[in-house]
Design a protein around this ligand. Structure first.
Ligand SMILES: Cc1cc2nc3c(=O)[nH]c(=O)nc-3n(C[C@H](O)[C@H](O)[C@H](O)COP(=O)(O)OP(=O)(O)OC[C@H]3O[C@@H](n4cnc5c(N)ncnc54)[C@H](O)[C@@H]3O)c2cc1C
Length: 112
């Protein structure tokens, strides 16, 4: 058995990846043991919050609102519409930062 194998056997649990699944696994596992290891290669963040569910849903919501505005004449409203892409992305980034602050709070409890 290699030295690495022996070191890994010291842990009650090893979690690979600190994304959505890894963080959920950590939150449950830490209730039973502090003797666990997280192996992560890449950003200490979930795909969901970084580039997945969250930013995509913000963009879809923005697009839906624009669609409503552009078709407001159907209900008798005359509304001018203009997209400011830069501000749309700033909004996405602002919400993403809020989520990142929350995950940073959790990361602070990791012994990295
Ligand atoms: C555009 C988009 C929109 C989405 N919308 C939704 C949605 O609306 N609803 C929904 O439920 N899901 C959505 N998803 C899917 C969702 O983001 C994923 O299902 C979820 O993030 C998967 O979680 P995970 O823990 O498996 O992986 P991730 O959150 O991706 O975490 C993987 C972790 O593993 C680490 N890692 C990678 N390679 C290694 C390695 N070799 N060794 C160690 N660590 C490694 C990474 O750094 C990362 O921290 C969307 C995804 C995308 C891309």
């Amino acid at each position: 058995m290699s030295r690495l194998d022996k070191r890994l056997l010291m842990y009650d649990l090893i979690i690979i990846g600190a994304g959505t699944a890894g963080i959920a696994a950590y939150q449950q596992a830490v209730k039973s043991t502090q003797n666990l290891l997280i192996i992560n290669d890449g950003p200490w963040d979930t795909t969901c919050a970084r580039v997945g569910c969250m930013p995509s849903k913000v963009l879809i919501s923005t697009a839906n609102r624009m669609h409503d505005i552009q078709h407001a004449d159907r209900v008798g409203l005359q509304v001018e519409s203009k997209i400011d892409r830069s501000q749309v992305m700033q909004h996405v980034q602002k919400l993403r930062r809020t989520i990142k602050i929350r995950s940073n709070d959790l990361l602070a409890t990791f012994d990295i």
